[in-house]
Structures are given as structure tokens and as C-alpha cells.
Ligand binder design. Structure first.
Ligand code: T3D
Length: 271
């Protein structure tokens, strides 16, 4: 049962997440800092609800980050009472993790993940499901699943080898190696590492840049690139043609070319 949600202007009040929108820039902040933002059942319901609000709006960018010293420590293990008998662990992926990863991958705007601290288990893999991942230099990444006898979920087995290659993906997973933010970036797991003291400012710069960008063009590029590893070159070329045709019909394309010719900065409306 989803907790009552109070709408305050552009902010929605939840219990385990913070959520707000300003001028098309949506922010979803995991907010159980004492538990390193591990994902309780209530938090999962709130994230799913908040994503529905993003999808139902006119998003230009979505930022996902965490409050406190952790980004997200994966599933809230305190909710797993293993003494009571076998649990159905297919339920979490079925009800929450899989829909979440699919929704992030198909959201019609860029999804930025700001990894502010330790990311473990599904917390890592949710980050990998986002489009641009920045991490604080002090952040670290650990799959952690093998420490409790589980398989990476939340898209981990799909994203990991594509990002870092099979050899590193297997070592990271089977050995439960902990990677620093630097290692994660060097291995191709994430985009950018930022000094702790500059982190918030750089994240804001990226969000502001994307919120002022031609959203349909970015969403089209995201769609084509995300699908590329599962389609043939022929298919990709056809899709580029179709997407380009659609992009060419947008106001933002007209504005981009006009601004170029006028030698001024474009003012993209996101349509
Ligand atoms: O169940 C299903 O539905 C299947 C789906 C699974 C998806 C998954 O994500 S499975 C993987 C679950 N996550 C983990 O196994 C990670 C567990 N956590 C850790 O290994 C460590 O906490 C970290 C490496 C993330 C951080 O270590 P450290 O030393 O910096 O912090 P800490 O002291 O271990 O944790 C701080 C607090 O957060 C602590 O609480 P306390 O003792 O101060 O009251 C700790 O219990 C709590 N915490 C950390 N991770 C979780 C958690 N509480 C509940 N669930 C957690 N996952």
C-alpha cells in the first residue's frame, strides 16, 4: 500500500525518497541514509510511483542520487527473514527491479546517476541502468551478490559485460571485488569521477545542460544507442534514418540551425 503523497508545488512528499521537479528537471533522491539507502519495500513502491510522475510529465532530465554517505546498498536485507523458510526471490525482480530498469532505459529523456557514496548489489546495477553515471571520488562499487549466494539482478548481468567486458565483469561479480570510483571509471563502468568537493556543482552543471538541450534529439540518440547491441547494422541504419526524419520536424532542430546561422546560443524548448 503506497503511503499518502502530499503535493507541495513541484515537490512530492514521500517517506523514503525525496522527489521534486523544476522546469522539466526531475530529481529522485534515495533517502534512508542510516541504512545506506538500501531499498525497502516502501522505498521501492515510492520509486515506482515517482517514476510514473516523471513519465506522465514532460521530463527533460531525471537525476537519481542518494542522501548521506551511501548511494544505495541494494535490497534492504533486514526485510528478508530467512529463518522463516524459503523466500521467493524472483518477486523483487519481477515486481520492482525489472520494471525499473526497463523504465529507465526507455524514459524519453537522459537519466543522470550521481553516485554520491558506496553502491552495492542492486544499487550498482540501478546506476548502470542510467544513461550518464558520475561518481564522487570517495565512492566505491561492489556487486556483493556473491557474498550472499545471489546472482546480479537489476540488469547487472546484461549491463556489466557490455560496459567492462566479460573478464572484468566476471571478476567483479564472482570475486565481489570492491572498485573505487577511479577503477570504475578506468574499467568503463561509469562516465566521470569528480572530486568530492566539486561533486554537487558538477552534477548540477550536467543536469542544467541536459535540461536546456533538445530533448527529443537526446531521447532519440539514447534510444538508438541503447538498442544498438541487440540489432544489426542494417537495422541501426534504418532506425537512424527514421529518427533523423522525426528530429528534423522538431522546433528544437529549427532553433538549433537558426541560432547557428545567427551566431547566437540556441534556446531549446525541448519540443
Ligand atoms: O531480496 C531480493 O529481493 C533479491 C534482490 C536482491 C538485490 C540485492 O541488492 S542483493 C544485495 C544486497 N546488498 C548487500 O548485500 C550489501 C550489504 N551491505 C554491505 O555489504 C555494506 O554495508 C556496504 C559494503 C554497502 C557498506 O559497508 P560499510 O562498512 O561502509 O557500512 P556498514 O556498516 O556495513 O553499513 C552501515 C549501515 O547500513 C549498517 O547499519 P547499522 O549497523 O549501522 O545499524 C548496515 O546494516 C546498513 N546496511 C547496509 N547495507 C544494507 C543495510 N541494511 C539493510 N540492507 C542492506 N543491504
Amino acid at each position: 500500500m503506497l503511503p499518502a503523497v502530499r503535493q507541495i508545488g513541484q515537490t512530492v512528499q514521500y517517506n523514503d525518497i525525496l522527489f521534486e521537479e523544476k522546469d522539466g528537471a526531475f530529481r529522485l533522491v534515495f533517502n534512508r541514509p542510516a541504512q545506506l539507502n538500501s531499498l525497502s519495500g516502501r522505498m521501492q513502491e515510492e520509486i515506482a510511483d515517482a517514476l510514473g510522475r516523471v513519465e506522465g510529465g514532460t521530463p527533460r532530465v531525471l537525476l537519481i542520487t542518494g542522501n548521506g554517505r551511501g548511494f544505495c546498498a541494494g535490497q534492504d536485507l533486514s526485510e528478508r527473514d530467512v529463518a522463516k523458510g524459503p523466500l521467493d526471490l524472483g518477486r523483487g525482480p519481477e515486481k520492482f527491479y525489472n520494471p525499473l530498469v526497463r523504465r529507465l532505459a526507455t524514459l524519453a529523456c537522459p537519466v543522470v546517476c550521481a553516485v554520491n557514496g558506496v553502491a552495492a548489489g542492486a544499487g550498482v546495477n540501478i546506476a548502470l541502468g542510467c544513461d550518464l553515471v558520475l561518481a564522487k571520488r570517495s565512492a566505491r562499487f561492489v556487486q556483493a551478490f556473491s557474498r550472499i549466494g545471489l546472482v546480479p539482478d537489476a540488469g547487472g548481468t546484461w549491463h556489466l559485460p557490455r560496459l567492462v567486458g566479460q573478464a572484468r565483469a566476471l571478476a567483479f561479480t564472482l570475486m565481489s571485488e570492491t572498485w573505487t570510483a577511479e577503477q570504475a571509471q578506468q574499467n568503463g563502468l561509469i562516465w566521470r569521477v569528480v572530486a568530492d568537493e566539486d561533486f554537487e556543482a558538477q552534477v548540477e552543471d550536467v543536469v542544467a545542460h541536459l535540461a536546456a538541450s533538445p530533448t527529443f534529439g537526446l531521447a532519440s540518440a539514447k534510444r538508438a544507442i541503447r538498442r544498438s547491441s541487440t540489432v544489426s547494422l542494417d537495422h541501426a541504419l534504418d532506425e537512424e534514418r527514421d529518427l533523423q526524419r522525426s528530429c528534423g520536424l522538431t522546433e528544437d532542430y529549427k532553433e538549433g540551425v537558426t541560432a547557428f546561422k545567427d551566431k547566437r546560443s540556441p534556446r531549446f524548448g525541448g519540443n
